[in-house]
Write a protein that binds this ligand. Sequence first.
Ligand code: ZN
Length: 410
Amino acid sequence: MQDTGPLKEFLGSQMPAALEMLRQMVGINSFTGNRDGVNRLSRFTAECFAPLGFSAEFVPSANQAWGNHLVLTRRGRTERSIALVSHLDTVFPPEEEIRNNFHWQPEGDRIFGPGTHDIKGGSVMMWLVLMALRARAPKLFEDITWKLIWNSSEECYSPDFGDVCRAHFSPGTLGALVFESEGRLGNESRLVVARKGRGTWRATVSGRGSHAGGKHEHGANAIVQLGRVVQRIAALTDYARGLTVNVATISGGTVLNRVPHEASAEGEFRTFTPEAFAQAKTGLLALAGPGDVRSPADGFTCEVRVEILTESRPWPRNPGTDGLYKLWKEAADELGLAVNWEERGGLSDGNLIWDAVPTLDGLGPYGDNDHCSERSPDGAKLPEFVEVSSFVPKAMLNFVAIQKLCGASV
Ligand SMILES: [Zn+2]
């Protein structure tokens, strides 16, 4: 067990600078669709890490409406490399921040504001940990080749970021550490070791329109057909296998005196295992083809089309992640911190990279109310916040665990 007093003291001394960095990051609106804002934040972030010896590469997103991904590199004396992963974007458009008066607002141990927790607090955590490593473990800091990689558009579907990461991981990569928010249960911190995958789908029915008064029997009602199809889609949910299928939107028809010729529904499915993911896809696609709603006049049959729109693969439990978690758990035990693992329903960039290098997530600070910007006078609605006192202990945990990660491989 090492004497962690000086480490704690060092991190405490860096907190004013860390919070000032966070304040400035939160002040830059970086809604995914705000390309200029995301690019401004990426330049600011590069400046924050430049004094630590990092050089910046701005990688255009596959979607030209979005900002650049950011890759910062610090070449080490060895081939061994560690990747730290975060994202630049938030879910809050500028208008929403103004409407809800949602901005940097410290209140006791909490700081409210867009991205304080998801995930600008995580980006600042990366800076704190690297500052501590340079000051307190200089040999390790100089030996390792550090890759810091920010997704410009994590809050939307951006599979190209997985390719950006893979292109920058070297064969000597010991692990990818993702700085999304920490989970909590009671006073126990939860690190993320698995995440559900998510697929999105659309079902479209083409029927045959007709005059609802004069030629009703000539119609093949697309809405009636879609009603049957969405029942079957909903029935694909299999809680025992951790598979949920959600019918989320539905539309069809035009005016009341027409038998509708078209209707469509969209939704998503989520699951932890690749097998259940494949099962859901197969089940959805099997519903395509001729339907069972027909025109009474001549048997014209509705046609059902099913498309899988996007696929974010599951991040299942795996030995690489479990190996990293073991090191963080050992570090927590040494530091006297209560740490456990969780399998989380929401996606992160971990889903894109877990099978390329060992990946662990949930390494950012603690906070709550992610993706919320409203505040009601009675406090029943509170916006996103980060807990200031969670930074130092979590940075200590990451510091000690990274030492173990490097030690374990020499
Ligand atoms: Zn996030």
